[in-house]
Design a protein around this ligand. Sequence first.
Ligand code: AMP
Length: 345
Amino acid sequence: MGAHLRKDIGDEIPLFLGVLNGCFRFASDLISNFEGPCDVSFVKVASYEGTNSTGMVKRLIGVDETVAGRTVVVLEDIVDTGETIEQIIFDLESRNAKRIIVATLLFKPDAYEKDYTIDHVALEVPNEFLVGYGLDYDGLGRNLNDIYTLDLELEKRMKNIILFGPPGAGKGTQSEHLINSFGLVHLSTGDIFRKNIKGETELGTLAKSYMDKGELVPDDVTIRMLESEVERHPEAKGFIFDGFPRTEAQADALDAFLERKNTTIFKMVSLEVKEDELVFRLLERGKDSGRADDANEEVIRNRIAVYERETSIVADHYRRQGKFVSVDGVGSVEAISERLAEALA
Ligand code: AMP
């Protein structure tokens, strides 16, 4: 584009006028590929309510007086509806620029609503949200070296987190903090089973026979129960899955279920705690939790063994998907929730 502009401009010394903030990388690369002398300046477009027919007036900040009588090359990162570029041209005309040339890195023909011809376009792009190479989304992404399409649908989707770790790692405690920070629905399969045991339901009776021994409740029962719990919260912004999935089959079922709901797991965060500390914590908890499976050291050790044998491999499932994060689960509740918040940022 530098060479095209050189040809277009002829012998004039142009004033390159970059439109901030998005243009900074494009402007820098373009100008360094432009042969011959030139002036460089930058403007910002401010908008405020006005009284003209559109109700909106845009104003340029940072144009100096040297515009009069000059060939001005406006450098834009992207021309979308054309609203901004129209205002810039209007402003430069009123400052008596001799000639106005518009050069843009990206142009969205499907979104453009104006008559003014854009003189130089590096790339025509579809009407999607783009980020990178100077372009931002909510202030982020300008430093990316390439340009990406932003999946806004994905942004709007639920944030589903798996809180992972052996029994006694602190998943329940940390869930409370996560609920407060992210406004998610907490689903603990252990809690749901215990509620069923208390309510003396059929599911409760079945689950109890496994839980009392520290064994896992069969996958088909657990998966069905989990799915119906998710369905009970159609308005949820996302879920914290606590104690689920505990087997490869549950992980596969969860992935497929979420995919059917047009969402996915955001991250699996695993709280890492050594076995002796787990046993100590669970026995302490057993003193007042009223949980039969916390009161007996043999059952506790079996739960940890079941975790090692059947559950720990679920971490690999999400590691392969690039969603696994490990967090040190030893320390104060506050320190651990800070680590979790960092891991989920
Ligand atoms: P928790 O409260 O997560 O420690 O779970 C207590 C017990 O409930 C476990 O030892 C299992 O017997 C049963 N349980 C909880 N979640 C699951 C699951 N996802 N799959 C199979 N059994 C589970």
